[in-house]
Write a protein that binds this ligand. Sequence first.
Ligand SMILES: N[C@@H](CCC(=O)N[C@@H](CS)C(=O)NCC(=O)O)C(=O)O
Length: 263
Amino acid sequence: MLELYHNAMSTCSQKVRLALAEKGQGWEGHHLNLRARDQHRPEYLKLNPNGVVPTLVHDGRAVIESAVINEYIDQVFDGTPLRPDDPYDRARMRLWTRQLDEGLHAASATISACIAFRYQFTEGKTDAQIRETLNGYIDPAKRARMSENVLEGVRSSYFRAAILRVRRMLDDMEARLQAGPWLAGGTYSLADIAVTPYVTRVDHLQLGGQIAARPHLADWYARIRARPSYDLALTQHFLPDFVSLMAEKGAAHRDEVEAVMAG
Ligand SMILES: N[C@@H](CCC(=O)N[C@@H](CS)C(=O)NCC(=O)O)C(=O)O
């Protein structure tokens, strides 16, 4: 039995749903409401002590960390391989997946929170309720970052560096995709899967101009969205409230973000 503890709009969950869709693997879902802090409930912390989604439970055994989960999925389930055979290409694939845990995921989360998601934490909430939610983050670095991002929005001291980090991802992808259709080797791989949610987030935040300005990236993104896995793993799970909040607030802040991107 295969169970996935996930969240519809979480980038890390999207990565894992993509890998499962590419493998044609069915799963039973347990949806966690991150704003209601389901991820911090004691029963969930037994599965994932980091208090984050996703968690894959395969025949009763939990696997955590989306990059680790995706390699596990590729090893355990039949279907088209998602890791290149060639050791050099596989190393390059891991460089793409690894950078998410080395700042890129945090940068994307910062931009999303500063521009849009902060309103989900603050609207209709008392100061005490907002504090309680922010104090709930288990990782102290994340707690500090999210507190400032939610309270200060685009004035957060984390905002500018986060935009520049995401710009670097877009530039790195454009440079790599000039040499071939996929990020690591000659075939679609976990590298392409890993960054798909983050490029989608750029798009949702009304920064699609940054994708269009990079022709190889734009072509890759069109091919990625045409894959059945994108519909199954992402589009079918998009929450209209989240998408419209990102569209509204993203448009309001677009000039500001574009100015940092251009700087
Ligand atoms: N390195 C982890 C990061 C997981 C992560 O940060 N998940 C986010 C959603 S994308 C989450 O659960 N956030 C809620 C929280 O931190 O309380 C992974 O790749 O699985």
